[in-house]
Design a protein around this ligand. Structure first.
Ligand code: MN
Length: 210
């Protein structure tokens, strides 16, 4: 989908390419062949389906900035670490690390992974990372998010119903479901997610990409 000057491509799973003046990738685990090189790569946490060393290497060029957690920095060379709540500017892209975790499951303990709020050519994105519906999401409404990228696959993250509740709290202009149907235990119906969000009647537009 295109918003003003920015192209948003869902590559599959939690992988996105945001093409503005710069090419920004998030969690490049699924890539198409001939993918353009990255100016910025954001990696939410160190799990294999988000932090893929080979894919990251294939996108790297001179000057690529990779922003992630300390644990990812131990696995991948040249990663600039970011702390929870911190904001950094990389290649003209402003990035803030926000909470992403499972309150009562073992998969994603607090502060081992992040979500990212980031701005590309004036369009503001929220990539939730692997997270449940957590109270800290209520702080995101004031960020005035244009596009929220939310997991709906369940098990490791929110399911469709929880993600619809999160969308209602965050109130982005657009929401794109992700993190379903690629790895085991993340089966979800994106059309069901769309129905749940539409039923809330909040002028949030659900876009099903891919
Ligand atoms: Mn995952």
């Amino acid at each position: 989908m295109r918003i003003k000057t920015v192209d948003v491509e869902w590559l599959g799973h939690a992988s996105f390419l945001i093409k503005g003046k710069e090419n920004v990738y998030i969690d490049p685990f699924v890539l198409r062949s001939g993918a353009p090189k990255a100016d910025v790569i954001l990696v939410t946490h160190d799990h294999y389906d988000h932090c893929d060393a080979q894919k990251i290497e294939s996108l790297r060029k001179e000057g690529t900035v990779i922003i992630s957690t300390p644990s990812v920095a131990r696995k991948i060379r040249g990663v600039e670490t970011i702390a929870l709540g911190e904001t950094k500017t990389a290649a003209g892209v402003r990035v803030k690390a926000v909470p992403a975790y499972n309150p009562s499951k073992k998969f994603h303990p607090k502060n081992t992974g992040f979500g990212f709020v980031f701005e590309v050519d004036g369009t503001k994105f929220y990539h939730a990372g692997d997270t449940d519906f957590i109270p800290e999401m209520s702080a995101l409404e004031k960020e005035r998010i244009d596009v929220a990228l939310l997991p709906i696959g369940g098990t490791y993250t929110m399911d469709a119903r929880e993600a619809a509740a999160a969308a209602a709290l965050i109130k982005p202009r657009y929401v794109i479901p992700m993190h379903y149907g690629t790895i085991p235990n993340t089966e979800a119906d994106a059309t069901e997610f769309k129905k749940l969000v539409d039923a809330k009647d909040l002028s949030i537009e659900v876009r099903l990409l891919g």
